[in-house]
Design a binder for this molecule. Structure first.
Ligand code: FES
Length: 159
C-alpha cells in the first residue's frame, strides 16, 4: 500500500527534519512519528517504512524506536484513547476499579476498541498526575480524582 502525507503534514515534517544537520536526521523520529500518527491515527508498517525513508534510517531502527514508546499505535485505534494509569500511586487510589468499571461500561477488555470505533481502552505507566489518583488520560488530556460519575459524564460527552 502506498502511503502519502497531506501537503501540510509533509511540510511540517520537512521543517522538523530541517532542524537537524546532515547525518543526524533520524533524531527527528519522535516528532515525525507523532505527526504521522496524528494524520493517519496509527503508524502502520508501510507508514513506518515511509518515515524511515524520510529520515534516511533503516526501517528496523525506526521500528525499534517506535516500539519503545507506548503512545505509538501499530494498528487502528478508537477515536478516543483512554489510558488508565496503573502505577503505584494510582493503583493505591483505585486504578483497578476504574479499569473494571470501564471494561464493564464499554464492554471491551484492555487493549481493545469498542465496536463503534469510539473508544480504545489501555493501561499506562505513570502519566504525571500522581497527586490526583486515580488518574486517566483521554487522548491528550489528563483527568484526576476519578469517580464513576465523572467517568460517565466525560465519556458520554465524547462522540
Ligand atoms: S502514578 Fe498515576 S499518574 Fe503517576
Amino acid at each position: 500500500m502506498a502511503v502519502e502525507l497531506t501537503a501540510e503534514t509533509a511540510r511540517k515534517c520537512e521543517e522538523i527534519i530541517g532542524r537537524y544537520p546532515e547525518g543526524w536526521k533520524e533524531a527527528a523520529i519522535l516528532p515525525v512519528l507523532h505527526l504521522v500518527q496524528k494524520e493517519w491515527g496509527y503508524v502502520s508498517l508501510e507508514g513506518l517504512k515511509y518515515v524511515s525513508q524520510l529520515l534516511g534510517m533503516p526501517a528496523a531502527r525506526a521500528a525499534g524506536v517506535m516500539s519503545f514508546y507506548p503512545m505509538f499505535h501499530k494498528a487502528p485505534v478508537g477515536r478516543h484513547i483512554i489510558q488508565v494509569c496503573s502505577t503505584l500511586s494510582c493503583a493505591l487510589c483505585g486504578a483497578e476499579e476504574v479499569v473494571d468499571y470501564l471494561k464493564e461500561k464499554l464492554k471491551i477488555e484492555v487493549g481493545e476498541t469498542t465496536g463503534d470505533g469510539r473508544f480504545t481502552l489501555e493501561k499506562a505507566e505513570c502519566i504525571a498526575a500522581c497527586e490526583g489518583g486515580p488518574a486517566i488520560r483521554i487522548n491528550d488530556e489528563l483527568h484526576r480524582y476519578l469517580t464513576k460519575e465523572k467517568l460517565d459524564k466525560m465519556l458520554d460527552g465524547l462522540e
